[in-house]
Ligand binder design. Structure first.
Ligand code: ADP
Ligand code: ZN
Ligand code: MG
Length: 502
């Protein structure tokens, strides 16, 4: 059966479990520093190492950030939320249990609108879908195991780091949708400033659950795929797995419920282990942490920290500034870039906005790329939004040529000075004041008596070609006298009038 026929007979379901490291300064239940890449086992204490008798205490900042994400995903925050112990043995977790949330997670029953395209996906088609969020829960991360040859090394710096797990309902159908979900979630948490979204460093990790069943028969037997450290791998692994499961069903076989790993070298999923059920974890309420009731002041601090979300902002800016879909998307890729754009576009006259858009997406981004400045740091560049706006306005009014304006962009980045000063200094500023040009014309008139006389004679004889040549010569003199700044059109008109009136 080919893929198209299979898609008609079978239906696929995907649910994601996304873990994000919250950007709290300290860990979730102790005061240890929460940082990536420090010397192994330097950010540890009796609490996160699970010594007997120590007491965890909740990091309120982690709870607040978790609730921000929950709100952004339209979840309900319950009146009471608490923690459970999830029991299992693994050397990366010294307590033999993980403090997590089970019965009343901090965010419940949300949903998120997805809209966009994934490059590299099936033809870059526009995807629109609503994905329900089952829950968001706060937990502690485990340590890190590094296997080298015959020894395994343990680094507990990551043990106890604030982790928020976001669990979706199985509402997605293919790898492209799952990739888009992760990309959009990544943008949201970065906009909120609660996670850096770095998948290679493991700040955002996704496990993907997928099943296939005969169409109309509901969910199938699910397989969980782990080890997905890029959104592209999520897409590839899921599409591979859907094809594999569909093939099994088409042959009359059943899918084994198991955990599989994505093998990025072979482009395929491979079995890892059969999975525990919830009962196996023997969840029970964490006795050392009190129930948390998010009160009015706490909820207000969550509300106050929220920002306009990326999808909303993309749509709004597209409508407000008549942007193309791709332009709006690029501008809103990072909050800092959208902020920069809005500040520049807001300071520029309406007619100069297209110029702001083009310069930002082409010249400014190119210069930043060349100089190794990240898009997230666009707010710190010397070419401030106000400077970009004033330059765009000057170019729009014809105060400087387009070519010189682009050179000015570079000069501002290099010299950290006002673009209009640079234009003036370089002699790129156009003089369009008729009085000022008239003074230059007067000076040329005095110095070029002979040329004026010849031009007058050429005009009288009806020698248009000779008249044009002489006029151009005289305009050239005016431009030279003004350092190339006089508006050539006005200068030409004045020279013509001066010849006429001789
Ligand atoms: P588990 O108990 O194995 O952790 P859950 O029911 O908690 O499973 O679901 C975990 C994730 O798997 C959720 O994102 C959910 O949407 C997804 N999921 C659950 N059942 C299926 C299924 N049959 N097919 C696809 N995804 C599923
Ligand atoms: Zn600690
Ligand atoms: Mg589960």
């Amino acid at each position: 059966m080919n893929d198209v026929a299979a898609a008609g007979v079978y239906q696929s379901f995907i649910g994601l479990e996304v873990h994000i490291h919250l950007l709290t300064k300290t860990k979730v239940f102790c005061g240890c520093r929460s940082a990536f890449g420090d010397e192994p086992n330097t950010n540890v204490c009796p609490v996160c190492l699970g010594y007997p008798g120590v007491l965890p205490s909740l990091n309120l900042e982690a709870m607040r950030m978790g609730c921000m994400v929950a709100k952004a995903l339209n979840c309900r925050i319950p009146e009471k939320t608490w923690f459970e112990r999830k029991q299992y043995f693994y050397p990366d977790m010294t307590k033999n249990y993980q403090i997590s949330q089970f019965a009343s997670p901090l965010g419940q029953e949300g949903c998120v609108d997805m809209e966009g395209r994934v490059s590299g996906g099936a033809g870059g088609e526009l995807i629109k879908r609503k994905v329900r969020i089952r829950e968001c829960h706060l937990e502690e991360d485990a340590g890190k195991m590094i296997h080298t040859g015959t020894v395994s090394l343990l680094d507990y710096n990551r043990a106890g780091v604030s982790l928020l797990e976001i669990v979706t309902e199985p509402d997605m159908e293919n790898g492209e949708e799952a990739e888009l979900f992760i990309q959009q979630l990544r943008r949201i948490v970065r906009y909120l400033g609660v996670c850096d979204g770095n998948m290679e460093e493991g700040s955002l990790r996704a496990d993907a659950n997928v099943s296939v069943n005969s169409r109309g028969k509901g969910l199938g037997r699910k397989v969980e795929i782990k080890n997905l450290n890029s959104s592209r791998f999520v897409r590839l692994a899921l599409n591979h797995e859907i094809t594999r499961q569909t093939g099994l069903l088409a042959e009359g076989k059943t899918v084994v419920q198991e955990t599989r790993l994505w093998n990025e070298n072979r482009d395929q999923t491979e079995p890892m282990r059969t999975k525990e059920n919830a009962q196996d974890y023997r969840y029970f309420p964490e006795p050392d942490l009190p129930v948390f009731s998010p009160g009015g002041a706490f909820l207000k601090s969550v509300e106050d920290a929220l920002v306009e979300l990326p999808l909303h902002r993309t749509r709004r800016l597209a409508a407000e500034y008549a942007l193309e879909e791709e332009q709006a998307d690029m501008i809103c890729e990072e909050k800092a870039c959208a902020d920069y754009f809005e500040a520049a576009a807001g300071a520029a006259p309406r007619s100069a906005v297209p110029r702001v858009v083009n310069w930002l997406l082409q010249d400014v981004r190119r210069i930043m790329g060349r100089d190794g400045i990240a898009l997230g740091d666009i707010g710190t560049i010397r070419l401030t939004p106000a400077r970009l706006a004033s330059l765009a306005a000057a170019a729009e009014k014809g105060g400087v040529s387009g070519k010189n304006a682009r050179e000015t962009l570079e000069a501002v980045m290099l010299e950290d000075r006002d673009p209009l000063d640079i234009i003036r200094e370089k002699g790129w500023e156009r003089i369009s004041d008729p009085g000022e040009i008239a003074r230059a014309v007067g000076a040329v008139r005095a110095a070029e008596e002979a040329a004026f006389g010849e031009a007058k004679a050429a005009g009288a004889e009806g020698n248009a070609k000779r008249l044009r040549t002489l006029t151009a010569y005289l305009v050239g003199k005016v431009l030279a006298a003004t350092g190339g700044r006089a508006d050539p059109k006005i200068a030409g008109e004045q020279i013509a009038a001066a010849i006429e009136n001789m």
